[in-house]
Design a protein around this ligand. Structure first.
Ligand SMILES: O=C(O)CCC(=O)C(=O)O
Length: 255
């Protein structure tokens, strides 16, 4: 079950570009989702993105290298399992999306995120600073991602870090590298990077963050697998641009 009586801090989301709803999913629901994930890990059920595929700092060079075949993302979560579909359409989550977007007409993108993020002890790479919208193509850069924690997420096991308010900023091209990661070697970025804030979560907590919010994540330095679910939503009046990778699969109405 999820908690339905909520007072949504819309102003916090507008100011910071993220908001956390603590304890949105109860323990039974979390366990159901963990079971669904673990049933997809041994053997790893396709489609899977491996650590070697991400090419992030610290990732193995190839799937043949030690740790190269460690699953980093179980892709197509919505189509993968009924438990994932149910949580993606969860009334409490959808109601928060209504409040944050100001729209009653919200759709889930099957093309972006829509995955289980796993971070394994031993083999996990760093996700450098970026805005999710950098490769996404919609009429407006206004989407919301929902990050569902299924266990503790801490700096030690590679939780997300965010830069509050960064969703409202306009950047110069030089602030990003060739792959559109926010440059840590560029002095004008230093002030913003100093305001990085860890998003520490517990099982059942849900983070809502704007597609322009700068975020990053570290390695899992613990000895326990970290599992999270991530879905991205848009409003009906913010369409994917035809013939881009944002328009490959149909978006799913969830309202
Ligand atoms: O490595 C992580 O946990 C963060 C992943 C992430 O930020 C992304 O896929 O956009």
């Amino acid at each position: 079950m999820s908690r339905l009586s909520l007072s949504i801090p819309v102003a916090d989301f507008s100011r910071d570009g993220f908001v956390i709803e603590r304890g949105l999913l109860d323990g039974d629901r979390v366990q159901l989702l963990i079971d669904a994930i673990d049933g997809s890990l041994n053997p790893a059920l396709a489609p899977v993105e491996f650590e070697a595929d991400v090419r992030y700092p610290g990732a193995p060079d190839s799937v043949l290298a030690p740790g190269g075949r460690t699953p980093r993302r179980l892709l197509n979560a919505y189509g993968r399992d009924g438990a994932f579909r149910a949580v993606a359409r969860d009334p409490a989550i959808v109601s928060i999306l209504h409040s944050l977007t100001g729209s009653r007409d919200v759709l889930l993108s099957q093309n972006h995120h829509n995955c289980v993020m796993t971070k394994h002890p031993g083999f996990s790479s760093v996700t450098s600073w970026h805005q999710d919208i950098r490769y996404w193509r919609f009429d407006r850069r206004e989407l919301i991602s929902v990050w569902i924690a299924l266990g503790p997420e801490t700096v030690d096991n590679g939780c997300l870090l965010v830069i509050p308010g960064s969703h409202q900023l306009e950047f110069d091209p030089g602030q990003f590298d060739a792959a559109l990661f926010f440059r840590e070697d560029y002095e004008p970025n230093a002030g913003l990077l100093a305001s990085a804030t860890p998003v520490e979560l517990q099982a059942g907590d849900v983070l809502f963050f704007h597609s322009r919010t700068l975020h990053a994540a570290g390695r899992n330095e613990s000895d326990v697998l970290k599992r999270s679910l991530v879905f991205t939503y848009r409003t009906a009046d913010n369409s994917p641009i035809p013939d881009t990778r944002s328009a490959v699969y149909e978006d799913i109405p969830v309202s």
